[in-house]
Design a protein around this ligand. Structure first.
Ligand SMILES: [Zn+2]
Length: 703
């Protein structure tokens, strides 16, 4: 930051500091902070609206979400079946909140929930509701007085638009948002008259209809938002990371504001990187447009306290991951009992955090990610693939690979399966059991290899078409030079081994052993010349008397490695990333890391050397470049919540610089100090002396 900018920022004082941007950039792409007190039915008589608005203004948020809802009206609605909340009385609660926010210069998004309505609506409009196999309207699982509406019904084209238009006509809103729709993580199952005519849920044909409907409604609602003002827009509730239900590629085409409803973890065995992973999903589809993650300050997890604070370090790590992965941080809590919540512990930490980010906005406006690896996220595989023996989940494949990528300190992006047309940015593309791939997607990967790109793939990648039809051989058989030689082989007892046949770079660090662990499942492939690892079939684990290999050597490959021109190809017939996740086996992580290093020829645009488990993001920013380091070295890495942080020792950063760019300054935004740097051979080097939970090294540049 130069002196003039410093002065300007300083003078801005109490006014909101927005990231500088060209005037033609829509406001929603300039958002840097977001906030929401999710309103309850009781709030009209208990929330202190002025205090609420002051709070959000003090966080320097660019917008707040305010509930109009659809389940309960927070204003004097005239739309039939839009039931007024029982504490609303004659009050225009939405109007009061909207005006209070506007007075403080905040944008207001009207939040609707189209997913539920009451018994009287079921009586009058039976066609609006989801039905079970017996034709019964579906109760909500927690509140039996509420019923689940069907997204294929006229509820979505009559009732919801009526509420939207009424809100437009009454209030100065800047956009419309629907909570609770579209469905995510699961495909809906409904037996209403309309849905009975659709293909069966859980099939690709049903998914086509679902996406058709989602994007028809999305465009309808967006056009209604624009009736108010051309700059207004509509957006929907998304999230679920790789478990998102709507076609994410299509989402990226219509979505101005990607609202990830991925609020936090609980005490279950969930890895710490859940929010960063969501950010990678968003970046893959939003292409420079805004994306955010709703971070719950409330007690998230399977056992919930919606109105009580969680651990501050846990919430902070989620906000750190939002920023690091390119998302806009979003502070969310529920209910304004006693004015602004019974539990006020969540107010101050977020204020402090958001005001810190506001000082450094320029460094969080990202132009592009710097990464040399692409990880394909197979949305169709997640939705339709028949996982072996019904025990595996797509999340396990992804988390296994993710863990290895973090341990190896690689820089990677996610790539949607429908966005394989241009992979030239990446030196290697990784396919974690991406079972469903169309012929065209296989051709795109093949073209990438012909152009010198490298691939790593596992298990059943490309064994199915995009319609979930099993192929006789891999769709990528020709690319990898492999052929299927049987059916999936599971493990009974002792999983198979991979016998070391000859030295190779992927075996670096393995000494004193003739074999390595294989995987839980494998799809056997035909013998190849000069195999590096071969399969020693699994055998009995108990009794130990029988725990030896009846067949100690085969010619079945446990990995296939090829070089074609500049391209390097690695195929694992086992589900090794998932097995690594399930077993925790360090050999498998090392083998994966070595192989990723081999396919990408060890090249990385940024290296961070030092002790600890970290996640790194690097961005070209409005101000120059930024390297983000998240410190995951924590006993709560795999099970929430984080109690406290443990600092890691110095981290040495080396970053290659584009030709003609000169570094003028390296500033650590968390430590709020500059560090010395050295430039040599087109790279900048500096050391981050200590990372507690998170550090951002911001590189000021001269072009
Ligand atoms: Zn239906």
């Amino acid at each position: 930051m130069d002196r003039r900018t410093l002065l300007k920022t300083g003078l801005a004082g109490l006014a909101r500091v927005s990231a500088p941007a060209a005037p033609e950039v829509p406001w929603q792409r300039r958002i840097r902070r977001l906030g929401q007190l999710n309103m309850t039915e009781h709030d009209p008589v208990t929330l202190n609206v002025e205090e609420w608005a002051d709070y959000w203004a003090s966080l320097k948020v660019d917008a707040v979400l305010v509930s109009v809802t659809g389940i309960l009206a927070f204003y004097q609605t005239k739309v039939p079946f839009h039931r007024k909340g029982k504490f609303l009385g004659e009050r225009d609660f939405f109007g009061d909140c909207c005006a209070a926010a506007k007075k403080r210069g905040l944008h207001v998004i009207a939040r609707l929930s189209p997913d539920l309505n009451w018994e009287d609506a079921v009586q009058a409009h039976p066609e609006w509701f989801e039905r079970d196999e017996k034709g019964e309207a579906q109760h909500h699982s927690e509140e039996p007085r509420l019923f689940r509406t069907c997204m294929f019904s006229t509820y979505m084209t009559d009732y919801v638009p009526a509420v939207m238009r009424e809100v437009n006509s009454l209030y100065d809103v800047d956009g419309l948002f629907t909570n609770g729709w579209p469905p995510y993580t699961n495909l809906p199952v409904c037996h209403c008259a309309v849905c009975s005519r659709l293909p069966p849920s859980g099939t690709p044909a049903y998914w086509d209809k679902l996406n058709e409907r989602i994007f028809y409604l999305w465009k309808l609602y967006d056009s209604i938002a624009k009736e108010k003002r051309p700059s207004n827009f509509y957006f929907a509730n998304l999230g679920g990371a790789i478990h998102c239900t709507a076609n994410l590629k299509q989402v990226g085409e219509v979505c101005e504001w990607f609202q990830s409803d991925n609020q936090g973890r609980g005490g279950e065995d969930a890895p710490i990187w859940g929010c960063a992973l969501q950010g990678r999903v968003c970046r893959a589809v939003q292409k420079g447009k805004m994306y955010t993650n709703v971070t719950g300050a409330w007690s998230t997890g399977r056992i919930r306290w919606r109105n009580g604070y969680k651990s501050e370090p846990e919430q902070r790590m989620w906000l750190n991951q939002s920023l690091a992965s390119g998302m806009v941080p979003y502070h969310h809590f529920i209910g304004g009992e006693k004015g602004l919540g019974e539990d006020r512990r969540w107010l101050e930490p977020a204020r402090k955090y958001f005001n810190w980010t506001a000082k450094h906005d320029r460094h969080f406006v990202n132009k592009r990610s710097i990464a040399n690896l692409g990880v394909v996220m197979g949305q169709r595989t997640q939705l339709f693939y028949n996982l072996p023996h019904g025990v595996a989940t797509t999340q396990e494949y992804m988390d296994g690979l993710y863990y290895a990528l973090l341990e190896g300190r690689f820089l990677f992006d996610f790539v949607h399966e429908d966005s394989l047309e241009d992979l030239s940015k990446y030196s290697a593309v990784l396919l974690p059991n991406t079972a469903l791939l169309s012929d065209q997607q296989c051709r795109q990967l093949s073209a990438y290899v012909d152009a010198g790109g490298s691939l790593l793939a596992t298990f059943e990648t490309s064994m199915y078409t995009e319609r979930n039809e099993r192929r006789a051989n891999f769709g990528l058989a020709g690319v990898f030079g492999i052929d299927r030689a049987g059916d999936v082989i599971p493990t009974t007892g002792n999983a198979f081994y991979a016998r070391i046949e000859r030295p190779h770079e992927i075996l670096n660090g393995f000494t004193g052993t003739n074999w390595l662990p294989g995987a839980e499942y494998r799809l056997p492939i035909a013998p190849v010349e000069d195999a590096v690892l071969t399969v020693v079939p699994g055998f009995v684990a108990y009794p130990p008397e029988l725990a030896y290999p009846p067949q100690s050597r085969t010619d079945e490959p446990a990995v296939v490695l090829r070089e074609k021109g500049k391209s390097r190809l690695a195929w694992f017939p086992g589900d090794i990333e998932r097995t690594m996740w399930r077993s925790g086996h360090t050999d498998l992580s090392r083998l994966l890391q070595n192989t990723i290093r081999w396919v990408s020829r060890g090249a990385s645009p940024v290296s961070v050397e030092g002790e600890g488990l970290i996640e790194t993001f690097a961005w070209e920013t409005e101000a120059g470049f930024a390297v983000h380091i998240l410190n995951y070295t924590n006993p709560n890495l795999h099970r929430g919540w984080v109690r406290r942080f443990y600092p890691i020792p110095p981290q040495k950063v080396t970053m290659k610089l584009p030709a003609g760019r000169r570094v003028t300054r390296v500033e650590l935004l968390r430590a709020e100090t500059d560090v010395p740097f050295r430039v040599s051979e087109g790279a900048v080097e500096f050391t981050v002396p200590r990372v507690m939970d998170y550090e951002v090294a911001a590189l000021g540049m001269e072009s």
